[in-house]
Design a binder for this molecule. Structure first.
Ligand SMILES: Cc1cc2nc3c(=O)[nH]c(=O)nc-3n(C[C@H](O)[C@H](O)[C@H](O)COP(=O)(O)OP(=O)(O)OC[C@H]3O[C@@H](n4cnc5c(N)ncnc54)[C@H](O)[C@@H]3O)c2cc1C
Length: 534
């Protein structure tokens, strides 16, 4: 056993007092592996000062065949013509004031990115396929790093989270053996202070983000029922816009496009080409059964100690995650399972199934886990876990189009960091676009195109390595928790070491440095330097 392993064990007692306060009824278990909570020097603990808000602009320069927007544009022009005194020369606008960006997809990353751009005075329209904002009734956790990235993006994003999320009240994330009879103590545990997760309901967060976008943007900032089908980048001679075509026949022209259209992103398919191996995600042969269950029922099944804390139960071919949400009234519960059966329809990642299918996967596990899974609804949802680990995208941009969030780097959820990576994308994208569009607008379509594509290249270069590391690590952590990793097997020490190393790489990260680095790359690229090219 290595020395770092021993020192981890030695730190265990530091938390026993706090643990006993939370779980008065239970003594801290012997043999659990506890990790020291040392401040992570690379990660700033204080909130970064938010960027100064720029004046809200409606933007112009948008050519569109979409009647509603075209009418709006005419009205704005007419009113500005009458309100500007002709004797005073208007100041030269910057590129920012004449830029209109389309965000494809109104999921959480689309809305967070929209808030980042609106905060910097850049006009955006979010085009969402669904008829309203839609999320599942599951839980979400955001680490302190993810929240810092939110603060960098816009104070409105933090406000939206603050309104719906609460810090997790328990001191540890504990890993139990859910399978082997007689092994009752935690196999290892991680101090909850390290990720410092704040949990919320996904639907509530999306709704809160939607309200913030509506109050920060112009009327019609979110357009529903708009499913992107295709796009074409027009040449400078043709006006230098990107022409978008939607399923209902609407055609819109904008200056740039950010595809936040999720794991099966149409933007990514068009951008990379449908023959590119990264155009479509791959099935991981893992599925998830998810439910939000009254906490009382979970406590009755597993006891108070486990019910009121963040627990994982690992075992052969499956593992469970449970933690309280919604002010300790509900429990977010997920059962992940390995499967050899191919997923029947790659276009539908969600299927309905019988509870007995989930119960079969853990039929030989311990009684408390069997009781927990019996709490699933009779016909629970079964989620296919697809990701991009087998075929990662070589770039997140081409020309004046880029992809972010799951559209760029869809991940399995085993590190609980997929959305966090999308938030980091939003922080970088808003920063580089603000930087690139700060130049005076000369009226040349070429100049604006060059600025936008430099910003997108700086974004892609900064984000690609880290976000794809998370996709890879997440898959590996899933395999370890399901005892599928051949080297690690079911050895708790090796399992812990493997998982902890990967978690640390995700959490110990300097968001400020990433954002500033991207800004420098963007300037260097725009000025013709080599740095940052992807
Ligand atoms: C079980 C599970 C648990 C998870 N837990 C966590 C967690 O705790 N913490 C964390 O950080 N991450 C977590 N994740 C990951 C997280 O859910 C995703 O990374 C995140 O939701 C991605 O957001 P997105 O906006 O990029 O994509 P999506 O949420 O998929 O949104 C995409 C949007 O685009 C729209 N759209 C799609 N196609 C088009 C089109 N052609 N035209 C217009 N609109 C379109 C869709 O309707 C949708 O609204 C978890 C994932 C899973 C599966």
């Amino acid at each position: 056993m290595g020395s770092s392993w021993s020192s981890l064990r030695e730190t265990k007692t530091r938390y026993s007092k706090r643990m006993s306060q939370v779980f008065e009824s239970k003594k801290e278990s012997e043999g659990a592996i506890v990790v020291a909570i040392e401040p992570v020097s690379a990660t700033p603990t204080s909130e970064p000062a938010p960027p100064a808000p720029s004046p809200k602009t409606n933007g112009e320069g948008t050519t569109t065949t979409d009647t509603e927007t075209a009418t709006e544009t005419t009205t704005q022009n007419a009113s500005s013509n009458t309100s500007i005194p002709t004797s005073i020369e208007a100041p030269t606008p910057t590129l920012r004031e004449t830029t209109h960006i389309a965000i494809i997809g109104g999921g959480i990353i689309g809305l967070i990115t929209a808030l980042g751009l609106l905060h910097r005075g850049i006009r955006v329209t979010v085009y969402e396929r669904a008829s309203k904002l839609t999320e599942t009734s599951a839980g979400f956790s955001f680490s302190s790093g993810a929240r810092q990235a939110m603060s960098h993006t816009s104070p409105r994003v933090r406000e939206a989270l603050r309104n719906v999320a609460a810090p997790n009240p328990y001191p540890f994330i504990r890993y139990f053996d859910g399978f082997t009879p007689g092994v009752e103590d935690p196999l290892w545990q991680i101090p909850a202070e390290r990720p410092d997760y704040h949990g919320c309901l996904r639907a509530a967060f999306l709704e809160a983000l939607g309200s913030e976008v509506r109050s920060a943007g112009d009327e019609g900032v979110i357009r529903f029922g708009m499913s992107l089908e295709g796009y074409e980048e027009l040449s400078e001679e043709e006006g230098g816009k990107v022409r978008l075509t939607f399923g209902d026949g609407t055609v819109v022209e904008v200056d740039a496009v950010i595809g936040c259209d999720g794991i099966k992103s149409r933007t990514r398919q068009i951008m990379l080409g449908e023959d590119d191996p990264a155009a479509l995600p791959g099935f991981t042969h893992m599925v998830a059964y998810r439910a939000v269950i009254p906490l009382d029922a979970v406590v009755a099944a597993m006891g108070e100690d486990k019910g009121y804390s963040h627990c994982l139960h690992v075992g052969p071919g499956a593992y469970t995650v449970t933690y309280p949400i919604a002010n300790n009234t509900l429990s977010n519960m997920i059962l992940f399972c390995k499967t050899t059966t191919p997923w029947p329809d790659a276009n539908k990642l969600l299927a309905s199934c019988l509870r007995s299918t989930a119960q079969e996967a853990i039929s030989t596990w311990k009684p408390d886990i069997r009781s927990l899974i019996a709490l699933l609804p009779e016909t629970p949802s079964k989620w296919a876990m697809f990701d991009m680990s087998s075929h990662p995208a070589k770039s997140y941009t081409r020309g004046r189009v880029c992809v972010a969030g799951d559209a760029a780097h869809a991940s399995t959820p085993f590190l609980a960091s997929g959305a966090a990576m999308g938030v980091e994308d939003a922080a970088v994208l808003s920063t580089v676009l603000e930087t690139a569009l700060a130049r005076p607008a000369t009226g040349s379509a070429g100049e604006k195109s060059a600025a936008i594509s430099a910003a997108f290249r700086a974004f892609s270069a900064r984000r690609i390595e880290r976000s794809q590391m998370v996709v890879r690590y997440s898959r590996e952590v899933g395999e370890m928790c399901m005892w599928q990793d051949e080297e690690v097997g079911r050895d708790p020490e090796q399992c812990f070491q493997g998982i902890w190393r990967r978690y640390s790489d995700v959490w110990e990260f300097d968001v400020q440095e990433m954002v500033e680095g991207a800004r420098r790359d963007c300037i260097a690229l725009f000025e013709g330097g080599e740095k940052g090219s992807s």
